[in-house]
Design a protein around this ligand. Structure first.
Ligand code: NI
Length: 136
């Protein structure tokens, strides 16, 4: 028996704005471009959650993907989907909602609840060209 990696994919849509309050409008525009737009912008995010472990001898599963999916929905997707990441999400309060910071916050949300295997990677795709991976 060896270690396997299994991934569940989920989606959410959300709005955000990248903006540092203590900076001038000009500085924000220079650093964040359109992402600093005052009236927000949105993305269709794709989230990949990968766990690692050894398959159970009876089920052949590392984790029941239904259970993992429910956990991701409850702890992450239901809180983010159709919300404003700067304002509406308890676990992102006071956090600049860059994809790097979002992915690390998602790790914190999920990691304590993963039983019988280990959280390995969280990957968040923001656009066709931009994504981030976090390994804890
Ligand atoms: Ni954005």
């Amino acid at each position: 028996m060896g270690t396997c990696y299994i991934t569940r994919k989920e989606h959410f849509n959300a709005a955000h704005r990248l903006y540092v309050d203590k900076w001038t409008e000009e500085r924000n525009a220079e650093v964040f471009g359109k992402c600093a737009n005052k009236n927000w912008h949105g993305h269709n995010f794709t989230l990949y959650v990968t766990v690692k472990g050894e398959p159970d001898p009876d089920t052949g599963f590392i984790i029941d993907l239904k259970v993992l999916s429910e956990l991701i929905k409850e702890k992450v997707v239901d809180k983010l989907d159709h919300n404003n990441l700067n304002m509406d999400v308890d676990f992102l309060k006071g956090i600049m909602p860059s994809i790097e910071n979002i992915v690390m916050a998602i790790w914190q949300q999920l990691e304590p609840h993963i039983k019988g295997c280990k959280l390995h990677c969280i990957k968040l795709i923001e656009t066709e060209n931009n994504y981030v991976e976090y390994f804890g």
